[in-house]
Ligand binder design. Structure first.
Ligand code: FES
Ligand SMILES: [Fe+2]
Length: 472
């Protein structure tokens, strides 16, 4: 038995994702058919990395400076002189749009007595420290030292702001402190080509919310690496979500994906027909919700399809999306597969970045470690395609949900249905963190297939902790 068939055998019985792709009304791209799995260990995972301050300190030393990090989206700093602050794990960086359109990223620290140099985003001609007034130009060169007579000794010194590497990929401004690791595209690998159909460089941040989560950043991100918690945590999704049909694929060290089909019954539900799927999806989306739903009542569209087609609902919903997206942004989606119009392409780039693929309004997550191992910050964005011929809008302002409020506090920007799903995840996370601390044996047991992305993520992390990565 080869590795692949071993994993096929271990997947949920019933319709496979590839069978759904074969039932698509348009040819689905090859990379969706390709399974990329590998034999992974099944031994328990230690809990200590999730709860230990020493481990968090090691991450600050060995992990965060040595990976590519998603620092900002292009549309957060569209104009020369725009400055954005990105902070992670005690580090602070200021990203500055240059006159030539490029972006430079500097350590956001004054070289006098180390005050943080720029406190918040804005458009400025310079960076002036709020303490004694040392000032740098936007290209990082020193502009002015107040009371210069007192700093004769700095005259011959390079007082430019130290900077880090920048790589802009699909509108995401990626940075790394490490001068030796490969360029971002090579670091992740050819799998990044999967994004080429999805025009993320042409998208803008249409929604952006953030909340502190009382759980470790790894436990929080891992809660979004598998779909199989839906049966217990998000039961309202089962009528139209193939939670247990989800495909999990692992690529190299730094990328993995889950593809969760939409518009199909969960394998946990039996004896319901295609109309049930459509009705429940409409109910979930709500009146006045996503305009993709309006085709649901279109009996003519449904009548043209084979009533025995097991993927009728997928075809109806994908068509509704094609029409709605095209009306919204002016692009032609008529040749795009049902799968790419509908399914949840939850892609993760190590260690803390999840830019979804597909043509649905793309979700994009980022997790940032907290001040202690017991907290983190989670950000959720929705990226929408800039309407054809229009200038890319500025990124939506980030809405920060107060610590004592649920995500649905921001339901006006998130939409009620989406906010509720994240609140259901929130109902677990604080208890995951306290549960980990209360564990008798100090380990967790993982599913071989459905938790394989958690395993993969931990294997890569472990390579950083043991010095196997970054590659020298
Ligand atoms: S600390 Fe910045 S000018 Fe003194
Ligand atoms: Fe969830």
């Amino acid at each position: 038995m080869n590795e692949l068939s071993k994993f096929k055998g271990a997947q949920c019985p019933g319709t496979s994702y590839n069978e759904m792709l074969e039932g698509d009304s348009r040819p689905a791209p090859d990379y969706l058919f390709e399974e990329s799995h590998r034999d992974m260990p099944t031994d328990p995972l230690p809990i200590e990395p999730y709860v230990s301050e020493e481990y968090a300190a090691e991450e600050r030393e060995k992990l965060w400076p040595n990976v590519w990090l998603f620092a900002a989206r292009n549309e957060e700093l569209p104009n020369p002189g725009d400055q954005v602050v990105f902070e992670i794990a005690d580090k602070s960086f200021v990203l500055v749009r240059q006159q030539d359109g490029g972006v430079r990223a500097f350590y956001n620290v004054c070289l006098h007595r180390a005050r943080r140099l720029v406190d918040k985003a804005g458009n400025r001609t310079q960076m002036r420290c709020g303490f004694h007034g040392f000032t740098w130009n936007n290209d990082g060169s020193l502009k002015e030292i107040p009371c210069e007579w007192d700093f004769e000794h700095l005259k011959a010194k390079d007082m430019s702001l130290p900077e880090v590497r920048v790589n802009i990929w699909q509108g995401f401004i990626m940075i790394t402190e490490n001068d030796d690791i490969a360029e971002f595209e090579d670091w992740v690998g050819p799998v990044l080509e999967q994004y080429e159909n999805y025009h993320l460089d042409d998208c803008f941040t249409a929604m952006w919310v953030q909340r502190e989560i009382p759980a470790n950043w790894k436990a929080t991100s891992e809660a979004f690496m598998e779909a199989w918690h839906s049966v217990t945590t998000h039961p309202q999704l089962l009528p139209f979500l193939g939670d247990a049909n989800t495909r999990y694929d692992l690529y190299g060290d730094n990328f993995n994906r889950a593809i969760t089909p939409s518009g199909v019954l969960s394998p946990h539900i039996e004896g319901k027909d295609q109309t049930y799927i459509l009705d429940k999806m409409a109910e979930f989306s709500g009146k006045g919700g996503d305009s993709r739903m309006r085709n649901l009542g279109n009996e003519d569209a449904i009548a043209k399809l084979d009533p025995n087609d097991p993927f009728l609902a997928r075809k109806v919903l994908a068509d509704a999306n094609r029409q709605a997206f095209s009306e919204r942004d002016g692009y032609d989606y008529s040749e795009i597969s049902d799968s790419e119009m509908l399914d949840n392409f939850t892609y993760n780039i190590f260690p803390n970045f999840a830019p979804w693929g597909g043509h649905v309004p793309q979700l994009c997550y980022r997790w940032l470690p907290g001040k202690t191992a017991d907290t983190c910050t989670m950000e959720i964005r929705v990226l929408m395609r800039t309407p054809k011929g229009e200038k890319t809008p500025q990124a939506a302002e980030k809405v920060i949900v107060p610590n004592d409020q649920p995500w649905s506090w921001a339901k006006d920007v998130m939409g009620e249905a989406l906010a509720n799903v994240f609140d259901q995840d929130m109902a677990n996370l604080p208890h995951v963190q306290t549960g980990m601390k209360a564990s008798a044996n100090g380990v967790m047991e993982l599913g071989a297939y459905q938790d394989s992305r958690v395993r993969h993520f931990n294997e890569t992390l472990n390579k950083y902790m043991t010095g196997e990565l970054p590659a020298k």
